[in-house]
Write a protein that binds this ligand. Structure first.
Ligand SMILES: O=C(O)[C@H]1O[C@H](OP(=O)(O)OP(=O)(O)OC[C@H]2O[C@@H](n3ccc(=O)[nH]c3=O)[C@H](O)[C@@H]2O)[C@H](O)[C@@H](O)[C@@H]1O
Length: 477
């Protein structure tokens, strides 16, 4: 579950732990609380379909890519367009090393019509003109929200092809990328989010679109709507965030999943649970297959999330067996990309922000623990394939390329070309020591493989953090 981007609260609201209304600033050390002011969140009026401004950043509606995409065609990008290297370490995409060879230019899968040029998605999170949707004036400390000239083009679907799709946690990091793709595919999308870790800014470019609705709602409370598919993502996923209010984390996983399964049962919607590699705990089997039952400490600091997700899986299969709900379960491994919040607390955003700021990179423990990192677009491809295939058992979605955390720190430092030290902090309790997905099931039943190298993903993510750094710093000061 991955709605773990920018933590947001309204400054004027009374904040209570029970409402998840405050989250810790976890960018430097675990569990340091930081109030984050979201009183300046954009209003739902910030997009308009009829503005006549000639704003460059949103000309994608008029671009050849989008005209063709509206007709359901796949566009192969030209070299110049796609190799807009993120400019990490001052090498603005010019240099072609083995690490940057074979750059992905088209994501998705034609079989489920999720294919789209990467450049179209990049316009949504790395627009050439960064103030297309929101202008931040640091001197005056003002924000303005210019009306955007048009929405990104979406595919035309016949009525019977267009689905009404609910995405819980759809304003979070993973959720918002999934929403982008479902919208571009031509579906109607309804987002539920309580904005604890999600942000309106992540879906701002769709506000006002006739196919899109955004609803502030906590999945712990029941919700009624007629839909065809439910992607159930809502839950904080970063360890410092889910450990901040463990009772609420358990409630979100258990009650939230019951509520969404109840909705799926009533409406006969297909239900996809985003579970996690954390159900394997600190694994004794490596790499982890879906058949492995896991090694989880039921009373440790991670239990609220790990056990919450395990119960969510149990609930999902109980509804399938007892009430014939049509279910899918994705077990998501470590995922990164644009729209992670710099205060997320997870290793990718921590290391990148520390390197960009010139701070020491913080390793918890000896750094010999391992993780396998997948880029966000690969995950979204896998989720959409899983939803649209007929396979009901849990499926691992992750990139099997495994790094020790120390090697990963070295890699980020060299990609950013940062002259910073790497420091060791005490290990965190119950930190899984090895993690790598066995993706045999996803390959066999979904025809899915990760396409992005970690390097390409990291470069795009660094580019995103460079673009948003000043603004994020202002928001979180
Ligand atoms: O990123 C994700 O997708 C996953 O993140 C977390 O799992 P975890 O692997 O603990 O994620 P991180 O907090 O990013 O930690 C990864 C490793 O880096 C280490 N770390 C983290 C942060 C840091 O500054 N320094 C550091 O050494 C951690 O101790 C851990 O060993 C969640 O629990 C998963 O559900 C989620 O799928």
């Amino acid at each position: 579950m991955e709605d773990s981007a920018a933590p947001q609260q309204n400054n004027n609201e009374q904040k209570t732990r029970d409402n998840f209304d405050t989250v810790p600033d976890t960018s430097q050390t675990p569990m340091i609380r930081s109030e984050i002011d979201a009183a300046t969140e954009p209003s739902s009026q910030s997009n308009s379909n009829n503005s006549s401004s000639g704003d460059d950043a949103l000309r994608i509606r008029d671009s050849a890519d989008n005209t063709a995409s509206a007709l359901g065609l796949v566009i192969e990008a030209s070299e110049g367009q796609r190799q807009q290297g993120p400019g990490v370490g001052g090498s603005d995409g010019g240099e072609v090393s083995p690490k940057s060879a074979n750059q992905v230019t088209v994501v998705g899968d034609k079989a489920v019509r999720s294919d789209i040029a990467l450049s179209v998605l990049q316009q949504l999170y790395l627009p050439e003109q960064t103030d297309a949707y929101r202008k931040v004036n640091l001197q005056d400390k003002t924000l303005s929200f210019p009306h955007s000239p048009s929405f990104p083009s979406v595919k035309m679907l016949l009525n019977h092809e267009r689905k009404r799709i609910l995405v819980t946690g759809g304003a979070g990091f993973v959720g918002s990328h999934l929403v982008d793709r479902l919208m571009l595919m031509g579906h109607e999308v309804i987002v539920l989010d309580n904005f604890f870790t999600g942000s309106k800014r992540n879906v701002q470019h769709w506000l006002g679109h006739p196919h899109f609705e955004l609803i502030r709602h906590d999945v712990v409370d029941p919700f009624m709507i007629e839909v065809d598919q439910i992607y159930h993502l809502a839950c904080p996923a970063s360890p410092p965030h889910y450990q901040y209010n463990p009772i609420k984390t358990v409630k979100t996983s258990v009650m939230g999943t019951i509520n969404m399964l109840g909705l799926a049962k009533r409406t006969k919607a297909r239900f996809l649970l985003t579970s996690t590699s954390e159900v394997y705990g600190d694994p004794e089997e490596h790499p982890q297959k879906e058949t492995y039952w896991g090694h989880v400490n039921p009373i440790g600091p991670r239990a609220c999330y790990d056990e919450g997700k395990r119960v969510a899986e149990t609930l999902t299969y109980s509804y399938m067996q007892q009430d014939e709900v049509d279910v899918r379960v994705a077990r998501i491994f470590n995922t990164f990309g644009p729209r992670m919040n710099e205060n997320d607390g997870r290793v990718v955003s921590n290391f990148i922000m520390q390197a960009l700021r010139g701070d020491e990179l913080t390793i918890y423990g000896d750094g010999q623990q391992t993780r396998s990192f997948q880029y966000i677009h690969d995950l979204v491809d896998g989720l959409i394939l899983l939803m649209n295939r007929n396979y009901k058992e849990p499926v691992n979605l992750g990139n099997p390329e495994e790094f020790t955390i120390r090697d990963f720190a070295e890699m980020i430092r060299s990609e950013i070309n940062a002259d910073v030290d790497i420091m060791s902090l005490p290990p965190t309790e119950d930190d899984p020591q090895r993690r790598r997905p066995d993706i045999g099931r996803a390959q066999k039943y979904l025809g899915w493989n990760p396409k992005f190298s970690v390097y390409q993903g990291i470069r795009e993510t660094v580019q995103y953090f460079k673009k948003t750094k000043n603004e994020q710093a202002w928001y979180t000061d």
